[in-house]
Design a binder for this molecule. Structure first.
Ligand code: FAD
Length: 332
């Protein structure tokens, strides 16, 4: 463990662009590295990505380790994991941060398993105990009721995935200097167990929630993806935009751009329907300034009623069809 020094950030690249979360992690990593008095390095993997190394330095890194090879053109767990492990075994970082994106989470867990080290997932706060050289990775636990600070005392590197939009990126400084270290990866395409045949883009409509006048937002109370269709039907009936709580996004019922709240959109529509949404503070901060809030929840004590203009206590599956019917009759 004594040999492990330095803070690393995995630089995620999509379609030739560095993901915002990686830049945010360089901002957070810079503070940790300064406290520990060690360099901050970016790990840049891909094909045709070399030119992005300067941006990593401008955003706070002292060094960038680059592996730029065709085998890394598209993200694949096996190839990226082998590349990261090769670098980690050679240079031995003490802290290694990844964005809590689908690829970041996938890679971090594979690397942690292979290196037999610990991983804190979905971290929202990072600090370091300088004397003990311990990363303090905090994340909500027990349904968000407490913050748990997780330490990895006996293994290195100490790893964490960090949620997008919770850390702050630094203003890019183009006068910053750093070293770019290129490495080779001894891996053949024929050794790969997976091949990327085609990339199919998400074709869902873009939403602009921040501009919407009427929003019908649904939460986990809708039960499942099929139950959530009622939210789309109500929104279609009244010409509203659809919104969602984070739990809905995490369940994969809607993409992140539909999320309202602290780590989603802040909205101020004329009318906001909050259906099957408990009213957690992180949701409420994103919608509480709506002109009129109509909450539907089967729990009369749900906190959403504290901010609602009108509240309906009952089962959304029974109430939404009735609302749709009424709105259709008014429309006629
Ligand atoms: P739940 O809390 O599970 O609530 C479901 C509700 O539906 C309950 O009140 C229940 O009574 C009701 N219900 C159940 N069945 C029915 C039914 N048949 N009919 C009517 N009502 C029913 N959350 C966000 O939304 N946005 C954010 O941006 C966000 N950012 C976060 C950032 C951090 C750092 C953290 C820690 C948390 C964040 N969260 C955010 C998560 C937040 O704390 C809550 O976990 C989340 O909002 C809960 O989603 P929900 O209300 O859909 O689900």
């Amino acid at each position: 463990m004594e040999e492990n020094r330095g803070v690393w950030v995995f630089i995620e690249v999509n379609e030739g662009k560095i993901e915002d979360v990686s830049l945010e992690l360089l901002g957070a990593g810079r503070k940790l590295a300064d406290k520990l008095n060690v360099p901050l390095s970016g790990i840049l993997l891909g094909y045709g990505v070399k030119d992005l190394a300067c941006q990593v330095i401008y955003s706070g890194a002292d060094a960038v380790y680059v592996i730029d090879q065709p085998i890394l053109k598209h993200y694949r767990t096996e190839a990226f994991m082998k590349a990261v492990i090769q670098l980690a075994e050679k240079y031995r970082p003490e802290i290694f941060l990844y964005g809590a994106t689908p690829n970041g989470k996938d890679l971090a867990s594979a690397v942690a398993t292979d290196l037999s080290t610990g991983l804190t997932a979905d971290t929202t706060m990072l600090d370091v105990d300088v004397d003990k050289r311990l990363l303090e990775a905090s994340r909500p636990a027990f349904g968000g009721n407490i913050m748990a600070t997780i330490l990895c005392k006996k293994h290195r590197p100490q790893m964490a995935t960090v949620r997008p939009k919770v850390m702050k990126a630094l203003e890019p400084d183009i006068s910053r200097k750093g070293s770019i270290i290129e490495e080779d990866l001894n891996l053949k395409e024929e050794d790969m167990r997976t091949k990327v045949l085609e990339i199919v883009k998400n074709v869902t409509k873009k939403t602009n929630l921040a501009e919407a006048h009427v929003i019908v937002a649904g939460g986990k109370g809708l039960g499942d993806l099929q139950g959530f269709q009622l939210i789309h039907e109500l929104a279609d009936t009244i010409g509203a935009s659809v919104g969602a709580s984070r739990d809905v996004v995490e369940a994969g019922w809607l993409p992140h751009e539909y999320q309202v709240g602290q780590t989603g959109e802040t909205v101020t529509p004329k009318v906001y329907f909050a259906i099957g949404i408990s009213g957690a503070i992180q949701h409420v901060v994103g919608m509480k300034n709506s002109e009129l809030i109509i909450a539907i929840n089967k729990d009369p004590k749900a906190p959403i009623f504290d901010v609602a203009t009108y509240g309906i206590v009952g089962d959304a599956h029974e109430i939404i069809p009735k609302l749709i019917q009424q709105f259709k009759e008014i429309g006629r």
